[in-house]
Every structure is written in structure tokens, then in C-alpha cells.
Design a protein around this ligand. Structure first.
Ligand code: SAM
Length: 199
């Protein structure tokens, strides 16, 4: 299923994007500033939504990177897409003004390490703009997510349904400035900042 998922990601996501996600993405990305790092940019679904910024995007999967090239052309801002792993970023400390991650912390093998790396390359007081799905705090739904996750991970390329991503973000030392929970509290939009102390 891995290759199927990657090749057909846009088609599979289309109904959700149309009904729910595209509005959330637009609103969130309007807050991006300066030099933006987007991690796990996938097929570049966010690219046409950026305005008045410069974007460096990393995506480890070549199939998805290739698909994103058509959206680089549609974008109104300069976008550079590179191969890369969020857990080991190749950029210097304090390079970026904004870090964007959408539906990505569910898939990165070690999200805490990745967030710490994002903090390293983000300037002090730089912005985090995150849109993620998380484990439900409803005991029955949360337990169901735990049960489904092993099969889900195999079907959807390493995606975990049951991560406590808000806690992981806090543990990484990111200051959460606002958090909006939606769709039965299993999706979150988080704006955060990179506190001054060293990582
Ligand atoms: C569910 S897709 C989301 C794609 C896109 N961000 C979006 O909003 O539609 C998860 C993405 O995370 C990427 N990913 C997985 N592991 C990663 C890692 N270690 N570093 C960066 N990206 C990673 C995958 O290749 C995939 O593109």
C-alpha cells in the first residue's frame, strides 16, 4: 500500500481537502513570514497557498517530490523542494523565520527529534504553524485508534493515528501560543514560537 498511497495521495485526500482541510490550510499559511521551512511537503498541496514568503520544502519521498513540482510552478512565491529528513535537517542553526508542518508529525518516525531539529534551524522567536491529527481524548475513540494504528501504519505509509502530538510539541520546548481543536478534537491547528533559550 505504501507506493499506492504515495502515488494516489491527492486523489485519496480530495474529498477531505475540499470539505475541510483547504480552508484550514489557507488560514494557517497566511500567517507564514519570511523564509519558511516546510517539512514533509508531500505533493506540495500547500504550495499555491503561500504569499509574500520564500519557501524551502523538504520531502524524503521521491514520488511525492516529483508530484509537487507542478505545484511549485503554480505557486506565486519562490519554492525550493529538496530531499530531506526532518529528524536530521541539513540547514544551519537559526536559518528560518517560520516552520510549517501539516499532517506530518503523525508519519515521522521520531517526531520529538524532528521538532527539536526544527527548533534548531528556526530563529529565536520564529513561528511554528502546525496542522495535525492526534489521538482522541475520548477513552473509547482513543482506544480504537490504538487498536487500528498497527494496520493503519502499514496501509498509510507510517501514519500513526494515536500520537499525543500536542504533548510531544510541548516536550520539544515549543511555546504554544494558540491551539484550536476540531472535528471531534482529533485535529489541531497550533501556532507556536521558538523560545529564546538554547535547545
Ligand atoms: C500524510 S503526508 C502529508 C503531506 C503534506 N504535508 C500534506 O499536508 O498533505 C506525510 C508526509 O510526511 C513525510 N515524511 C515522513 N517521514 C518524514 C521525515 N522523516 N521527514 C520529513 N518528512 C517525512 C512523508 O513522506 C509524507 O510526504
Amino acid at each position: 500500500m505504501g507506493t499506492y498511497f504515495r502515488t494516489n495521495y491527492d486523489q485519496l485526500m480530495k474529498p477531505l481537502e475540499k470539505r475541510m482541510f483547504s480552508r484550514i490550510r489557507s488560514k494557517l499559511l497566511a500567517k507564514a513570514q519570511g523564509h519558511v521551512l516546510e517539512v514533509g511537503s508531500g505533493t506540495g498541496i500547500n504550495f499555491p497557498l503561500y504569499t509574500n514568503v520564500e519557501v524551502t520544502a523538504i520531502e524524503p519521498d521521491q514520488t511525492m517530490r516529483d508530484q509537487s513540482m507542478k505545484r511549485v510552478k503554480e505557486a506565486s512565491v519562490p519554492i525550493q523542494v529538496e530531499d530531506g529528513d526532518a529528524q536530521r535537517l541539513k540547514f544551519a542553526d537559526d536559518t528560518f523565520d517560520t516552520v510549517v508542518g501539516t499532517l506530518v508529525l503523525c508519519s515521522i518516525p521520531d517526531p520529538l527529534q524532528a521538532l527539536q531539529e526544527m527548533r534548531r534551524v528556526l530563529k529565536s522567536q520564529g513561528k511554528f504553524l502546525l496542522f495535525e491529527h492526534i489521538r482522541s481524548d475520548n477513552p473509547v475513540l482513543g482506544k480504537t485508534m490504538d487498536i487500528l494504528t498497527p494496520a493503519w501504519k502499514r496501509m498509510f505509509d507510517g501514519c500513526h493515528l494515536n500520537r499525543n502530538t500536542v504533548e510531544i510539541i510541548r516536550n520539544a520546548g515549543i511555546e504554544i501560543e494558540s491551539i484550536h481543536r476540531m472535528f471531534n478534537r482529533i485535529f489541531v491547528v497550533i501556532e507556536g514560537s521558538n523560545p529564546k533559550q538554547s535547545y
